[in-house]
Ligand binder design. Structure first.
Ligand SMILES: Nc1ncnc2c1ncn2[C@@H]1O[C@H](COP(=O)(O)OP(=O)(O)O)[C@@H](O)[C@H]1O
Ligand SMILES: [Mg+2]
Length: 246
């Protein structure tokens, strides 16, 4: 049986009086790629942020390797080292070089040996096609290059899970493919466990082991990727796929 890395149990989240996530249940197995799909405002980003301790929740539980997560800020600080996240907006530090951006958390937070991390970082930069950019600054890079640095920065923490929130949404069309290929490579060659939010249906169809389709903060369906794109269970998901020109 494949090992369960993350399990979400009846999770409910409110912003004030208003409920944004309703009774969310799913699990994520080692090496699995779960893709969150759904219309804008359905709660995809909120769910990902909750899984990274950036949002609180009012009831339900999240389990990491079978152990219920204690949602204290201090504990999330530790867990966040194992659950990497990349956002649409890169969020690189503009005043730090590419290498300084990458080294910051592994050296300052994880207290790892700087020379060791640097070696790993150089290897990762080579892998994403950014060899020779270690001393560049974010402003000197294209959007696609910045997003690759953001991915490398998250990977340099050696996370067990990667969360990707629409990481190609701000990129020029010709940059999208290269970033998607990096994510595909992480799945195929590293068997990285991932949760991906994307509006690129071709990419989702290629990479998703499991699709969670959300609307209004509820999971309307939880369907294997190879079935979802051919034959979704719900009419709503069918309409969504049709509207995406897929
Ligand atoms: N900080 C916040 N306070 C109040 N409402 C929010 C906040 N962040 C998001 N929302 C609302 O929660 C809903 C889900 O948002 P979000 O998770 O960003 O959806 P998605 O990523 O699927 O587009 C939306 O209606 C959004 O307006
Ligand atoms: Mg979002």
């Amino acid at each position: 049986m494949t090992e369960e890395v993350l399990k979400v149990e009846n999770l409910n989240k409110f912003y004030g009086d208003w409920q944004v996530l309703h009774g969310i249940n799913f699990d994520l197995k080692k090496g699995e790629v779960v893709t969150l799909l759904g219309p804008s405002g359905s709660g995809k980003s909120t769910l990902l942020r909750t899984l990274n301790g950036l949002e609180d929740y009012q009831s339900g539980a999240i389990y990491f390797h079978g152990k219920k997560i204690d949602p204290s800020p201090k504990n999330w600080q530790l867990l966040r080292q194992k659950i990497g996240m990349v956002f649409q907006s890169y969020d690189l530090f503009p005043n730090l070089s590419v290498m300084e951006n990458i080294l910051l958390a592994p050296v300052k937070v994880q207290k790892r040996n700087e020379a060791d991390v640097k070696k790993e970082a150089e290897e990762l930069l080579r892998r994403v096609g950014l060899e020779g950019y270690a001393n560049s600054y974010p402003r000197e890079l294209s959007g696609g290059q910045k997003q690759r640095v953001a991915i490398v920065r998250a990977l340099a923490m050696n996370p067990e899970i990667m969360l990707f929130d629409e990481i190609t949404a701000s990129l020029d069309p010709e940059m999208v493919r290269g970033v998607q290929e990096i994510v595909e490579d992480l799945s195929k060659h590293d068997h990285m466990t991932m949760i991906i939010v994307t509006h690129q249906m071709n990419f989702a169809a290629k990479i998703a082991d499991e699709v969670l389709f959300l609307e209004d903060g509820k999971i309307l369906e939880d369907t294997p990727g190879n079935e979802f794109f051919k034959n979704p269970k719900t009419q709503r998901a069918r309409e969504f796929l049709d509207s995406m020109d897929f």
